[in-house]
Design a protein around this ligand. Structure first.
Ligand code: CP
Length: 312
């Protein structure tokens, strides 16, 4: 496999910039990368001499670590920018931070930031390709790619699949990226949550169905994805209590019965066990939550390979 010119040097700000065919090409490349990940010796020399910077100015476990592992498996050098011990703490701007990192020869940035649009700023200051690892409530395209890849691996044909995404829709960048990617690939998506956590016009903006009643939303679903309650983004009490939220919206043995009996259970993580999903569902045979994490490495390898022009 060789990276095709259409991906070379491109940014991955969000899936709106990629066609359905391009998304499928990324999934095919992820399959090849997953095979490398399953080998005893997991490393290939394709990006030797390239340098990848993970610039995480917001907390993360799986996204940051999988970007770093992905780069290392492709033999790129990796520098990990830790905001809490950086000169950002002394008041250095993002612009000067990027100029400083650029002087050291970075070829690709993977960024997470609480401000929407920060990946575009990093590209403006660096003139290097940027992969968005989550910008505020806006987008998390590599999470959506790994989610869609995980479904594709299990189900094959994505067209017409019924997907139900449940939880804190208001604060979720994961749902926005999944809606864009899934709709492009012909999937039939329903989103569900309390009215206070549901932004207006989601149906018109994203071509999805909006449901406020969990059992109705889950009816005959092929795929069920729980979303984390994002307490850190909530500035006011948007529902009476956690108990009240769980009573109406938690994925439990009782509520999941409304989905198809072999429905796949997903969650982007991190999970609030006992709030949006009960452990018996998160750890059930139908759950592919751990696989999602593993696939994150393969999908991020594929993107780096394509953007930096790797050869297999
Ligand atoms: N899914 C996700 O983005 O997880 P992290 O915050 O741990 O990266």
């Amino acid at each position: 496999m060789e990276a095709t010119p259409q991906f070379l040097g491109r940014n991955m700000y969000g899936l709106e910039d990629y066609s359905a065919d391009e998304i499928m090409y990324i999934l095919e490349a992820s399959k090849a990368m997953k095979e490398i990940n399953l080998r005893q010796y997991k490393k290939i020399p394709t990006l030797r001499g390239k340098t990848v910077c993970t610039l995480f100015i917001e907390d993360s476990t799986r996204t940051r670590m999988s970007f770093e592992l992905a780069a290392k498996r492709l033999s790129a050098d990796v520098v990990s920018f830790a905001a809490s011990i950086s000169s950002l703490q002394k008041g250095e701007s993002l612009q000067d931070t990027i100029y400083t990192l650029g002087a050291m020869g970075i070829d690709l940035y993977c960024i997470r930031h609480s401000s929407p649009g920060s990946p575009q700023l990093v590209h403006k200051y660096s003139q290097k390709p940027v992969i968005n690892g989550g910008d505020g409530r806006h987008a998390h395209p590599t999470q959506a790619l790994l989610d869609i890849f995980s479904i594709w691996e299990h189900v094959g044909n994505l067209k017409g699949l019924k997907v139900t995404i449940v939880g804190d829709i208001l604060n979720s960048r994961v749902v926005r990226s999944n809606l864009i990617g899934m709709k492009k690939l012909g999937m039939d998506v329903t989103i569900c949550g309390p009215r206070t956590l549901m932004p207006p016009n989601m149906d018109k903006l994203f071509g999805c169905r909006v449901q406020y009643e969990l059992r109705e939303a889950l009816r005959d679903a092929d795929i069920v994805m729980g979303l984390r309650m994002q307490f850190e983004r909530m500035t006011e009490g948007l529902f009476p209590s956690l108990e009240e939220y769980s009573k109406h919206y938690a994925l439990t043995q009782e509520t999941i019965k409304f989905a198809k009996s072999d429905a796949l259970i997903m969650h982007p993580g991190p999970m609030n066990r006992g709030i949006e999903i009960l452990p018996e569902i998160a750890d059930s045979k139908q759950s592919i939550i751990v696989e999602q994490v593993a696939n994150g490495v393969a999908v991020r390898m594929a993107l780096m390979f394509l953007i930096l022009g790797g050869k297999l």
